[in-house]
Design a protein around this ligand. Structure first.
Ligand code: OXT
Ligand code: ADP
Ligand code: MG
Length: 572
């Protein structure tokens, strides 16, 4: 106890100050797994009126927090116990950082004096050191009077500039430390303007507009940064005003409706190859865009306009001719200001017609395949049915993971509203499914449809208990093809072990849901699937639909099979 605390009767402690520090900054929801030393912290949070959702595994709580950050622009909070709980949450923290989602991993930790002398404390680990390279910032609070500033630093680090994951280490001893209540109150910090606007320079805007004006075949690529920015209406104005075709990255689908006449989604290969000036808005030239070079980008070099809040992103892979560094709302606003009142010529119709024609051809080619009612289902039949469900209920949040289940769903299911598609993100990580679905339901209050490969579902499947416990309006559809990519592979030795990519045939995932009091259904045909999902969304009851997919229907790694290294020797 500090000398100051001894002078007065009214005391507060670390537990209460952590809660107050979060609450005065508008943070009301925490995704956690209880245990030593944070069980009471969770209890006290709940009694203070915060929403505390307890998960079965920290990684899923962490993915929920990451998704909450993406959807709300406030840091999503994941809270874990020391060493193993912390490590379980760390994957999600790294995922949040990689995807530029604001998140704070708050972890209890063991006694510093024992950890630092490596004397074998309960769950001993130097967590701060381990977290540091995997997140945007990492802080430890040792004194109760620093809790306010520690939480404030964590919040600002998570949301300002390029958003990302922040680690906040709270040693067990800190939570029990006491101090004078009034002094405690005064030690709290309200973060003012946590993510300040960052305005681009006028020269950067002029350079970008000059390039766009001179383009014969311009293209805009919208990434999930543009969706995150919540500048939906001005992004749409920019696209419509310029008349430039645009390509949404996976999680940017729906920022403008996929049915928009300028959408080039269904002409992806063509626009990447043929365009001459490409403006990226909140999208990185990483592997998902073939690093901006090579066959996918055609022969002729392109001019790049790049809007991003992170200056280091410029020239990351190829030369950027017009870097526009700033927050997306300010940059797009400035571009619009530069266009409004001028005579802006939309791109040559030879280009826009070429794109529209390709879109029409690809859409027409796919259409008949989406109508089939085959048993067992193929991806097109099953997803054709779900595409219609989303068309009728565009407010539903779609969560999607798997390989074929992911790649087919991305191109088949049109999105109509911003931030309605949540998927595996920059790492292509399996396991985001149930955490993302739970956060989407909690943060938006909207119904959620999670379309999951059977392998993908396995990474977080136990959280259907969490879904049932909190009675969340989530419908999980497991695309059950009995394996990773396909369920038909056989062990090449003829031995009794299953092949490496194969699961139990026709597993009854629906029974798992029933075990927790949810609705478990099995669908063998696209018609059955559509009816089951419609009923689930209508009722709002936790539901799992076990959708039986042809075990031969998928391909190795979906659309990214080319990334698999090949053994030259085994091919001899
Ligand atoms: O223009 P062209 O002609 O090229 O055509 C394109 C579009 O124009 C067109 N299109 C359309 N046509 C008609 N109509 C419409 N509306 C339309 N829209 C588009 O369609 C094509 C394709 O369009 P797309 O998709 O936009 O273009 P493309 O070329 O594919 O884009 C390239 C990419 C790279 C941007 C895109 O492919 C992409 O975003 N890919 C993401 C891939 C990804 O992240 N995959 C997940 C990882 S795979 C693997 O790693 C897996 N693992 C390992 C593992 C992981 N990941 N994580 C952890 C923690 N542990 C292990 C595992 C275990 S996947 C996996 C499980 C898999 O099994 P499951 O059972 O879960 O799933 P199943 O496979 O279903 O069994
Ligand atoms: P995608 O995978 O959809 O292509 P990425 O995750 O690669 O998208 O890129 C998102 C980019 O958006 C990141 O480079 C990030 O710095 C940027 N970003 C995020 N929020 C903002 C914002 N408010 N203003 C500007 N850029 C942003
Ligand atoms: Mg599968």
């Amino acid at each position: 106890m500090t000398a100051e605390a001894e002078q007065t009767d009214a005391l507060t402690d670390g537990f209460h100050l952590v809660i107050s520090a979060l609450k005065i900054n508008g943070i009301e929801t925490v995704y956690n797994v209880p245990g030593i030393p944070i069980t009471d912290l969770g209890r006290l949070m709940q009694s203070s009126g915060m929403r505390v959702l307890s998960f079965r595994h920290e990684q899923n709580a962490g993915y929920a927090a990451a998704t909450a950050g993406y959807l709300t622009k406030k840091p999503g909070i994941c809270m874990t116990v020391s060493a193993p709980g912390f490590l379980n949450g760390l994957t999600a923290l790294a995922h949040a950082t990689t995807n530029c989602f604001p998140m704070i991993l708050i972890s209890g930790s063991s006694e510093r004096e024992i950890v630092d002398l490596q004397q074998g404390d309960y769950e001993e680990m130097d967590q701060l050191a381990i977290a540091k390279p995997l997140c945007k910032a990492a802080y430890r609070v040792l004194n109760v009077e620093d809790i306010g500033i520690g939480v404030a630093r964590a919040i600002r680090a998570a949301v300002s500039g390029r958003p990302g994951g922040v680690y906040l280490d709270l040693p067990a001893k800190l939570l029990g430390q006491v101090m004078d209540a009034n002094a405690g109150e005064r030690s709290l910090v309200t973060v003012i303007d946590a993510a300040p606007s960052q305005l681009p320079g006028p020269e950067a805007i002029r350079r970008a507009l000059d390039l766009l004006k001179g383009a014969k075949k311009p293209l805009i690529i919208l990434g999930k940064g543009a969706a995150y920015a919540q500048a939906d209406s001005i992004v749409r104005q920019l696209i419509e005003k310029t008349g430039i075709p645009y390509l949404p990255m996976s999680m940017a689908k729906g920022l403008l409706p996929d049915t928009h006449p300028q959408s080039a989604s269904a002409a992806r290969s063509l626009v990447l190859k043929e365009s001459d000036v490409v403006m990226l808005i909140g999208a990185r030239l990483n592997w998902l865009l073939s690093h901006g070079k090579g066959k996918a980008w055609g022969g002729d070099p392109k001019k790049i306009v790049h809007i991003d809040i992170e200056p280091k992103e410029m020239d990351s892979n190829i030369e950027v001719s017009a870097p526009v560094v700033g927050d997306i709302a300010s940059c797009v606003e400035a571009l619009l200001d530069g266009i409004n009142g001028t005579k802006w010529a939309t791109p040559p119709t030879s280009w826009t017609d070429m794109v529209k024609e390709k879109v029409k051809t690809n859409v027409a080619r796919m259409a008949p395949r989406l109508q089939n009612n085959n048993v067992p289902m193929d991806y097109h039949g099953a997803l054709g049915a779900l595409r219609n469900v989303i068309k009728e209920r565009p407010e539903v949040v779609l969560v999607n993971e798997g390989a074929n289940t992911l790649d087919f769903a991305r191109s088949i299911i049109d999105m109509y509203q911003p931030r309605k598609r949540l998927d595996v993100g920059t790492w292509g990580v399996m396991g985001i499914g149930m955490g993302s679905a739970i956060a989407a339901a909690v943060e938006t209050g909207m119904p959620v449809l999670a379309i999951e490969g059977d392998s993908a579902f396995g990474f977080s499947g136990i959280e259907i208990e969490t879904i049932c416990r909190y009675q969340l309006p989530i419908c999980v559809v497991v695309f059950n093809n009995g394996g990773i990519y396909r369920g038909s592979e056989v062990n090449p030795t003829g031995g009794s072990d299953a092949a490496t990519t194969v699961f139990v045939k026709e597993a009854r995932y629906d029974k798992m849901m029933e075990a927790f009091g949810g609705n478990g259904l099995k669908a063998n045909s696209p018609d059955e699937l559509r009816m089951a999902v419609e009923e689930a969304l209508r009722s709002g009851r936790p539901t799992l639909v076990n959708a039986i997919i042809d075990e031969n229907a998928g391909t190795e790694s979906g659309r990214i099979g080319n990334l698999n290294p090949q053994s030259v020797v085994s091919k001899k």
